[in-house]
Design a protein around this ligand. Structure first.
Ligand SMILES: Cc1cc2nc3c(=O)[nH]c(=O)nc-3n(C[C@H](O)[C@H](O)[C@H](O)COP(=O)(O)OP(=O)(O)OC[C@H]3O[C@@H](n4cnc5c(N)ncnc54)[C@H](O)[C@@H]3O)c2cc1C
Length: 320
């Protein structure tokens, strides 16, 4: 008989993160198929009000200790380890986000349970749970199983629909009172993105610029095109590293994951670290002078040409 499933609910500045609802949706499906219960745990001083919105779980543990607002991986993994021991959890789902990503490996080491990272799909077949994990920024997809269906699973954000994790039902809530713990890592300050900048994850149209844009003065051309198309400009890492655009515009492994309806890529090579953040866009159109640029493998439409020959006449055409 497999044990119940536990989800580490994630929130930031009082708002429940989308990854929490993604995990609740897939967690509920798994729990129903395996005929086990689904539990969540929330850390932080706002844990109780957040827990009330996690009705897809059968029950929620809250740890309303202010030390846990942004939990240190040390403390979080210790609490989760002792819960696994007490309740015999089979699977623990944790978000693969900047907030939670460090907890899974530590918990795996401390609990002795195997760890699956970058999990993009989960299914049940003949009582066995299968997982798809993405490797090398999505170049390889690997299907894996776990001995006894037990392990720690780090969920790749954006892999599961979040609506399935939302419900008006009120879960039963249990408060765990835990003493403050010594930790070597302390959360000090949340650094806000630059004020007034656009949120590239919410745009329907993105004009993405790479090193092929050549210099900062040419960015105005991309901005003009984005404005005409009703979107915004984002960029690959070299553009951000040069200081031509703020970090909030970076797409990729160390930037944002975006899924606009249209992703128009200008002078971006398509390195795996960039593609990881944009490959699920609705329609990808790439302009690059190099016919072998890897961006053409993910783009539905490609133009092998100099972007400066294409964009100015395109802007003129769109204006009319
Ligand atoms: C740990 C790690 C994390 C990283 N995270 C990220 C990340 O989050 N996001 C990210 O983007 N990168 C990231 N990188 C960097 C990544 O590996 C690449 O170096 C980077 O994406 C390359 O950016 P680029 O395509 O703009 O530049 P380049 O690779 O230099 O490509 C420029 C492209 O422009 C084309 N070109 C040049 N001139 C023109 C022109 N006039 N018209 C049309 N095409 C032209 C060239 O043919 C070329 O393909 C990361 C790397 C590491 C190691």
């Amino acid at each position: 008989m497999p044990g119940p499933i536990l989800i580490l609910a994630e929130h930031l500045k009082g708002e429940i993160a989308d990854i929490t609802f993604e995990m609740l949706g897939i967690g509920r499906k798994l729990a129903d198929e395996l005929k086990v219960t689904l539990h969540s745990i929330v850390f932080g001083k706002e844990a109780e009000s957040i827990a009330a919105n996690l009705g897809v779980s059968d029950s929620v543990f809250v740890v309303n200790n202010p030390q846990m607002d942004i939990p240190s991986t040390d403390i979080a993994s210790n609490i989760l380890k002792s819960l696994i021991e007490q309740k015999n959890y089979s699977l623990v789902l944790i978000g693969g986000t900047n907030v939670s990503t460090g907890i899974g490996p530590k918990l795996s080491f401390r609990s002795g349970l195997p760890f699956i990272n970058f999990c993009r799909n989960i299914w049940v077949k003949d009582g066995m749970v299968g997982f798809t994990s993405q490797l090398f920024g999505g170049k390889i997809l690997s299907d894996v199983g776990l001995p006894g269906n037990r392990g720690i699973i780090c969920i790749y954000p954006g892999s599961f629909p979040s609506n399935a994790g939302k419900s008006d039902k009120k879960p039963s809530i249990e408060t765990l009172s835990l003493p403050a713990e010594e930790t070597k890592v302390v959360f000090k300050q949340y650094i806000e993105p630059e004020a007034g900048d656009v949120d590239i994850t919410k745009q329907d149209v993105l004009v993405s610029i790479g090193r092929g844009i050549s210099n900062a003065d040419n960015i105005s051309m991309a901005e003009e095109l984005a404005a005409i198309l009703g979107g915004a400009v984002c960029a690959s890492r070299p553009v951000i590293d040069q200081g031509w655009l703020p970090l909030s515009r970076q797409v990729g492994k160390s930037g944002m994951t975006v899924k606009p309806k249209l992703y128009l890529s200008l002078g971006v090579s398509g390195a795996p670290e960039h593609v990881e953040g944009m490959k699920d866009s609705g329609l990808i159109l790439a302009i690059n002078t190099d016919p072998n640029a890897p961006i053409f493998s993910v783009a539905q439409y490609g133009i092998c040409a100099d972007l400066f020959d294409i964009i100015p006449p395109l802007i003129e055409k769109l204006k009319t």
